[in-house]
Design a protein around this ligand. Sequence first.
Ligand code: ZN
Length: 466
Amino acid sequence: MLPLDLPGIDVINTSHDGQLFSIHAGCVGRPVGCVYCGSVSIVGHGQNNQEVMDLPHHGKFTCIHLKRKRYKCKDCSSTFFHPLDWINDDHRATTRFVDRIAKVSLDRSFSDIAREYGVHEKTIRNIFYNKYADVIDTTRFESPEYLGIDEINIAGGVRCCITNLSVNAGIEFLPKRTLDTLRPYFHNMPGKENVKAVAMDMWRPYRQITKEFFPHAIIVIDKFHVLKMADMAVDAIRKKVRADCETKRTQLKLKKDRFIMRTRPYNMNELEKLQMAMWRKDFPLLGIAYDVKEEFFRIYDAKDRQEAILRFKTWKSAIPEALKPYWETVFITYENWGDEIFNFFDLVEHSGSKLTNAYTECQNSITRAINSIGRGYSFDALRVKLLLAPKKEGIITSYRSIKRKKQQSDNHTIGFSLATNFNNDYETIQIPERRLVTWGIDLENLEKWLDGQEYKAYPNSMIDMD
Ligand SMILES: [Zn+2]
């Protein structure tokens, strides 16, 4: 007899047909009562032939052909199937089959799994959405003080990720970065009043959404997105210089130019410094471009907003006419986003540089994690997988106002008294409350967690139960 471990049925016979292994079975015994009301007054009500998918046996797709009895309750008039707790009636499959699919669907593409388990891709999709409905619809974390909004390429599209920059945690992944997607998410986000600053790149919907939902938060443009524009301007100049070279021989002198032009002076080794000095002689435009870029980078050395604005103005006016067209994008960006770019300096004054680095760190952690997961997944599967990762927790103290009868000998041991008393008998006091909160996905350990997921490697496509 097969070690089926499926109580309540009796196997009549089994058959093999190509890839398919069929088990023909009927129900044994009789339910003790109505599954709805518990009444013992039940009568047989015919039977149905059901096909229930199970995990592969003997290396073949397995289907249980079950003659399943029906009953009718005389008291509540309900009809019901012979109860079998190992059948998942939503999916017409065994519970162990559904559990396995739910697990592997986080790790491999739906089409892949459909082929491997001999079911339609739609079945995999249904099991996935059913199993993770809670994660998909309702995952909510404590609102951050410093929020990051950024885009990321996941599953064939530009997506949006929301992060908590105070603690390097991931909060949410949205399928798109359009207003239609952002608005409902932020509308439902709890604790919006706690958000003090929002860091972002230069994408108008982010700014609009922040002004709508966090009217008091400072908008800060991520530093590295600003600096990237300078690298791009230099790149364009570099390509022009290269294209203007008369011979291949001259071009050869520009070996590694892209890399060296991007390197900060204090990171250059002796060889690179020598190379740079040579270029200054042979290709003066390159030397100037490098200096202009460096001067631009040094705006971020300013100690406050005022100094940064001054540095920017000085920088802009000192660019040689010949190079100005290459910096046009930067000029326009400062016209459109100048306020938010310079807000960076206010934020650093308030909170130090940790937060501004956190934006990049979060982005890098997520990118590395996505790369380690691999390709071929739906966005939803990736999102659920990320949201199932270990969370970062913390304890916060908040204050709750309560009104109480004034105590004569109040020594304020539990809270501090507010000045406004409504009358002489009552006072309002603030009670501190400590509570454990979940900030979001622990991005600092996300990659490590993904690497440790053992279900990555099923050695062969068939998993045998026997
Ligand atoms: Zn009943």
